[in-house]
Design a protein around this ligand. Structure first.
Ligand code: RB5
Length: 149
């Protein structure tokens, strides 16, 4: 069965999202597109939360978000338990976000990337495993304990 990958963007990222949706489909993924699909102004959190919720609940393994800087989307996604949303702007950072941080949401700053660079970053991110080992306790310590907020 094809892996389902949810993806969403605000108005700053929707064009790049369209290209990445096609790319993911060409790779055989089932893509769940949470919008937006027009240049009309939107609020990034409305798009980040549904994707982050699916990752947080374990319904999917990973997701993809886009906004102008990547920042607003990452702030919103990282409010969800077990979500590690990484803003990534080079393939090297994509690789490290997986190897060291076990990132499970890729956040792309659409206003600062070409579409072909975004595709390269996505490919690297999808294909890089978590290294485990010394990174396991570090990643575990990210999560807040019950009642510690
Ligand atoms: C939208 O203009 C822009 O603020 C948004 O895409 C994002 O960069 C926010 O973090």
């Amino acid at each position: 069965m094809a892996e389902k990958i949810p993806i969403a963007a605000d108005h700053a990222g929707y064009e790049m999202k369209a290209r990445l949706v096609a790319h993911l489909q060409s790779l055989g993924f089932e893509v769940e597109d949470h919008g937006t699909n027009s240049p009309a102004s939107t609020d990034y959190a409305d798009y980040a939360h549904p994707v982050a919720e699916e990752v947080s609940s374990g319904a999917v393994k990973r997701g993809v978000l886009l906004c102008g800087t990547g920042l607003g989307m990452s702030y919103a996604a990282n409010r969800h338990a077990h979500v590690r949303a990484a803003v990534v702007w080079t393939p090297e950072i994509a690789e490290l976000s997986r190897r060291h941080n076990d990132a499970n949401v890729l956040v792309l700053p659409s206003r600062f990337l070409s579409e072909s660079d975004a595709e390269k970053i996505l490919d690297t991110w999808l294909n890089t495993p978590f290294e485990g080992g010394r990174h396991v306790p570090r990643v575990e310590k990210i999560e807040l304990k019950e009642g510690s907020e």
